[in-house]
Design a protein around this ligand. Structure first.
Ligand code: TRP
Ligand code: ZN
Length: 316
């Protein structure tokens, strides 16, 4: 959903600003030599929410969760994979074992682009066993799925190669993403120019946190929110808490978005973002109430559009 005309206008201004910030490891093209980037599409939040409704149904039909090793997890993988296959992605399911159970990562490559410069986007698809995991992390999973589908719908063929991933067993300690990174050859690892992570982006009492890691990636997200007139804060607490950690540890530039988990929203944060101070960003974090109603649609919409903006900017 498009939020404002001024957001769009600001987008056009920030493109050149990002291009001038070369030197950050993901910003590759020299100023002046880069072709004008195609504008990112507006990601339909209704599409993102439709995926969340499906993930909720999958949990409801499978003992109320989508945890590692469960039927609900495998059904989640099958749902996402079918959408990507129908849209023309090249998909691969990577199996691993954790706690005696089979886990799955889903990796989807968009054909084309320079495979020596890969922009990778990922979210964990598993829930905890306590509940359906719709904000954590149906939200990131659904938003990157809808972004991937938008790449297909718009026929986007960026200069860099695009790869999307849905990780298993994050809730057991980033098991799936670490398995993926550990099984990359040094040469394949060096071809990943950036990894963008989305874990919890529709929190019901949201904050707008941008991972404080690779400066060029961070700046790209900040530019998008500046265009919307939405303040952000740097996310530093998450360094070891989600699937960007294995990539960062392997030397890949990382970034991402986060709308808050069990930490409490301060009065200052409620002043700039609205919502309720003195309450957690997500009171249902890791609980059975993390259902389809545990989502703030405005946060989900803004973050989904920010993902597309960053993908289009960084892959162009
Ligand atoms: N990874 C955590 C989970 O899935 C969520 C989380 C907590 C998080 N703090 C974070 C994610 C900071 C990113 C950044 O349960
Ligand atoms: Zn999570």
């Amino acid at each position: 959903m498009k939020l404002s005309v001024s957001g769009r206008a600001a987008t056009a201004v920030t493109v050149s600003a990002v291009m001038l910030l070369t030197g950050g490891s993901i910003a590759g093209a020299a100023p002046g030599s880069a072709p004008t980037a195609a504008a990112a599409p507006d990601i339909p939040v209704a599409g993102v929410k439709a995926h969340l409704a499906q993930l909720q149904s999958i949990a409801t039909a499978n003992n109320g969760n989508r945890a590692h090793g469960s039927a609900g997890y495998k059904a989640s993988i099958d749902y996402v994979k079918a959408k990507l296959d129908a849209a023309g992605f090249t998909t691969a399911v990577q199996q691993f074992t954790s706690s005696g159970r089979t886990g799955y990562n889903l990796v989807a490559d968009w054909p084309g682009g320079d495979t020596g410069r890969v922009v990778m986007v990922g979210s964990h698809l598993d829930s905890v066993s306590a509940g359906p995991g719709i904000n954590d992390n149906g939200s990131g999973s659904a938003a990157i799925l809808e972004t991937a589908l938008a790449v297909s719908r718009t026929g986007y063929h960026p200069a860099r190669h695009l790869r999307f991933a849905w990780w298993g067993a994050e809730e057991l300690g980033m098991v799936g993403s670490r398995y993926y990174v550990n099984n990359l050859s040094p040469s394949d690892r060096s071809k990943i120019s950036g990894y963008l992570n989305f874990d919890m982006i529709g929190s019901p009492n949201p904050g707008y946190f941008v991972y404080d890691d690779d400066p060029a990636i961070e700046k790209t997200f900040q530019n998008y929110f500046t265009g919307l007139g939405v303040a952000t804060e740097p996310e530093t607490e998450g360094d070891g808490r989600s699937d960007h950690a294995p990539f960062k540890n392997a030397g890949v530039p990382v970034g991402g978005l986060f709308s808050g988990a069990d930490y409490i929203k301060t009065a200052a944060q409620a002043t700039k973002w609205g919502g309720t101070s003195g309450q957690a960003f997500d009171r249902c974090y890791h609980r059975s109430c993390d259902t389809a109603s545990n989502i703030n649609d405005t946060a989900l919409n803004r973050n989904s559009d920010a993902i597309a903006y960053a993908v289009w900017e960084l892959a162009s």
